[in-house]
Design a protein around this ligand. Sequence first.
Ligand code: ADP
Length: 677
Amino acid sequence: GYFDFIYQPIFDYNKNVSGVINVAIDVTDKVLARKKIEESEQRFHNLIYTSPSAIGILLGEDLVITTANEPIIEIWGKGKEIMGKKYFEALPELAEQGYKEVFNQVYKTGIPFNAIEKPVSILQNGVTTLKYYNFILYPQKNINGEINGIGIIATEVSSQAKQNLKLKESEERFRTLADNMPLKVFIIEPTAEANISYFNKYWLDYTKQTLVEAIGRAWDGIVHADDVQAIMDVYVPAFAARQPYHLSGIRIKRHDGMYRWFAVQANPRYLPNGEFMGYIGVGFDIHEQKLLEIELTNAKVIAENAVKSKQQFLSNMSHEIRTPLNSIIGFTNVLLKTELVEKQKDFIQAIKTSGSSLNVLINDILDLAKVDAGKMTFVKQPFDLHKSIQSMLNTFDLKISEKNIELIKEYDSDIPLILVGDSVRLNQIILNLMSNAIKFTHKGKIILSTQLISEDEDNISIEFAVTDSGIGIADDKIHSIFNLFEQAGISTSSYGGTGLGLAIVKQFIEAQGGSIAVSSTLGEGSRFSFKLPFEKVAIKTEQNIELQKPSAEIKNLRVLVAEDVALNQLLIKIILDDFGFQNEVVDNGKIAIEKLQTNTYDIILMDLQMPEMNGFEATEYIRKTMKSNIPIIALTADVTTVDVAKCKAFGMDDYVSKPIDENQLYSKIIEVIKRKQ
Ligand code: ADP
């Protein structure tokens, strides 16, 4: 216990001290109470002075700085001398910033004041750094609960504040970027309904909506009704798979009611912790391109239709022109075989030549139309290249000798005897080049060279070249001579021709995977060369191949002809009689079938376009229903829509184009019959 001791002297009546009264007062409670206060003060003191938070206490209406720990002295930046001074006198800059009012408010109302992430420049060892604090100002009260000062607690939150600041900054950056982009930018919440949470300024300017009006599913009403489902068809699966998605064209309504086309690209968005946050997307205006594209598509359809009708027209025209032309040429041939005086012979020969030229021209135009329409097919049949070239060159003998020029043939003996390819087209190509060379050469020589370039097990590449010593081609014309209807100047047009030949040659060569080149010197001559690939035949089959050897063994053939045009009927009859074949000519496929059911024939020559039942239908019936294997050769005037492939597909064995070349017809009949025996 704690006691206060009082020693009281006792006086006698003489006022002498006669004794001492010793009084002991128990003050234990009082002492303990004071000790508690002291302890609490000590604790309070410790708390303040060891706290990492900055703490200061200002007392009285003048806010005298009474208590302050190191951190707060640091914030104030005036050193320890600040102690005991009036707050706003010591820190006038705070008064200037209007803090006096804030302090007064707290003092008067007793309501604490919070300030968050306040930047403060702190001078430390001569270096100023920017730190951030959360401040609390709270009322300081006396024992009676009356306000007698203000306490300040400041906690540094620099790292957090800096992070927040960074976040704000990047957000701000994004917003500025997004708002200034001439693109629609949007953010979709991670919902299958594609709810929007953000649109940039561009979008809002475009729709004249506020952000509040625009977000959510408001885009439903802005996107063209026909495109909403299309968007969802793309979005929903993309959303389920967290995949980016692209819309190549959707219509979005502008504030004036006009729809413009936009393309959209959106990518999934993730938080750093991997959480899926929906999509961020951009829409870019492709209105003009889209209109162009639509226009182009329409134009393409129109063009395709035009090509189709051109095809159809050519096909019809071909038939119409070729039918009478065939008769002219055919009867001219027949006529030439009769007894004629020399003059008549010359005239008929002239008719034949003109007819043939006309025929070539029509064939050229039709060939081009076919290549144009991608319908040109090339056969792959074994043939003897050397023989084929030789017999073609023979046809030029007369012209060469007339013009007094020399024809030289160079043939590479390393080329295998038999090649696989389209010999008819090859002849057509060489024929064109040779005709030109002869046409444009008046003296000197023409060389046709055939050279093996490369070879492997299955394939072989050959270069053909026609070199002449003719008039040559000017440098500025040489590049255009392969164009349609292009001739190398007015002077050459006097040579006749149409300007189609080289265009066809080039297309034939390129369509077969080859290439053509030309070099020429004006006045000295030209060289046209082309490379073409061929397939090789296996050695064994090479020996087995029988190459169109008309055989004398086949005689007394019974030929059935289906042909509707009377003149052609007469013509074919004369030709077949001439061959010494028995023949019967009927008007259409239907009658041909009837005949076939009762009579026996060795071969059928089948025109394709006939009334009642055409050649394809008849052939199909013969093959499928009658199950007959009788050889059938198609006779066709129409080369645009009919090709070997189609004839074969219907079960025909071969075809002969009109006007009928007697030799060709003969050898094809023999070949087919031999093959089928
Ligand atoms: P065409 O001979 O029917 O006019 P081509 O397409 O075959 O058409 O030839 C186009 C043009 O190229 C010819 O008109 C001619 O000017 C030129 N040309 C072709 N071959 C030769 C050549 N061997 N010598 C000189 N010019 C040629």
